[in-house]
Design a protein around this ligand. Structure first.
Ligand SMILES: [Zn+2]
Length: 282
């Protein structure tokens, strides 16, 4: 498979994500959050407990957080729209990267007049399962909301929205993730990621690999939505994908090699993000 490098690192491919979410939903029905949170209320007033699968054993040194750099992160998988603060967990190093990431997100979207990022919605960071989530080095991003009212909702499958503005905005969020995380798995990667963007530490540094399905489907979707390239989003980096990618690099004034130099790829992703938030072709 072309994405062999991604498979062992992410640990998600072998799991049926939908089944997992269904499982958590079922657990929530059996043990409502209101009841589950009672025991925690004394030690963390104002926050509600997550499903037990998202609480790391004490032996794993994890940072607990409810906001990233001041921006709240909500959980909507059991109750859409709720704004209760949650105790998320991940490693300190991953949290530090989340801070850099959200500052990128604010900067790159702010120029398009979206206003500040008012909140994020996540489906999980640390989760007791194999792979990057189990190591506390992954995020599942469900939604970004800006103060001006705009949002990007992987949860609502905006990668496949009929409205190109929403698809470009999704690609902008996706691109910001790719500046700071690797691997990033999105709605084009497979059906298990149709309703969230997964970002992890499994394949750093952040470069673009032609042999990676996760990178290739992103590049193909990017070329289609910003340049009308008409590529099949199939994850196979062939000559048509190569020529569209070269055109994108040229139009974005990218010099250097984004396949080997992470700062070149990060610069390219910043320019893609600005175009996406601004709904501009390139
Ligand atoms: Zn994930």
């Amino acid at each position: 498979m072309r994405d062999q490098a991604a498979r062992p690192s992410t640990g998600e491919q072998g799991l049926n994500r939908r089944a997992l979410i269904g499982g958590l939903g079922a657990a929530a029905v059996a043990a409502p959050f209101a009841g589950a949170s009672v025991a925690r209320a004394a030690e963390a007033p104002g926050t509600l407990a997550l499903p037990s699968e998202m609480e790391a054993p004490r032996a794993l040194a994890m940072k607990t957080f409810s906001r990233i750099d001041g921006t709240p992160v909500y959980y909507w998988r059991s109750n859409r729209g709720n704004t209760a603060l949650r105790n998320w967990q991940c490693t300190q190093a991953f949290y530090d990267r989340l801070v850099v990431w959200i500052r990128d997100l604010r900067d790159l979207s702010g120029d398009a007049g979206a206003g500040n990022v008012s909140f994020l919605v996540s489906a999980g960071f640390y989760v007791n399962k194999p792979g990057q989530h189990g190591q506390g080095t992954a995020m599942d991003l469900d939604l970004v909301r800006w103060a001006g009212g705009r949002q990007s909702s992987p949860l609502d499958r905006h990668h496949a929205a009929g409205d190109r503005t929403l698809r470009r905005r999704y690609l902008a969020v996706d691109a910001v993730c790719r500046r700071r995380f690797r691997y990033v798995l999105d709605g084009w990667y497979n059906s298990a990621h149709a309703d969230h963007i997964h970002a992890d530490f499994g394949g750093l540094p952040t470069v673009c690999e032609k042999g990676s399905r996760s990178d290739t489907v992103f590049v193909q979707a990017m070329c289609n939505n910003f340049m009308g390239s008409g590529l099949a989003v199939d994850g196979a980096w062939g000559p048509l994908t190569q020529s569209a990618f070269d055109r994108a690099k040229s139009r974005l004034n990218i010099t250097g090699n984004p396949h080997t130099n992470y700062s070149v790829w990060r610069t390219m992703m910043a320019r893609v993000a600005r175009h996406g938030f601004g709904d501009q072709a390139f």
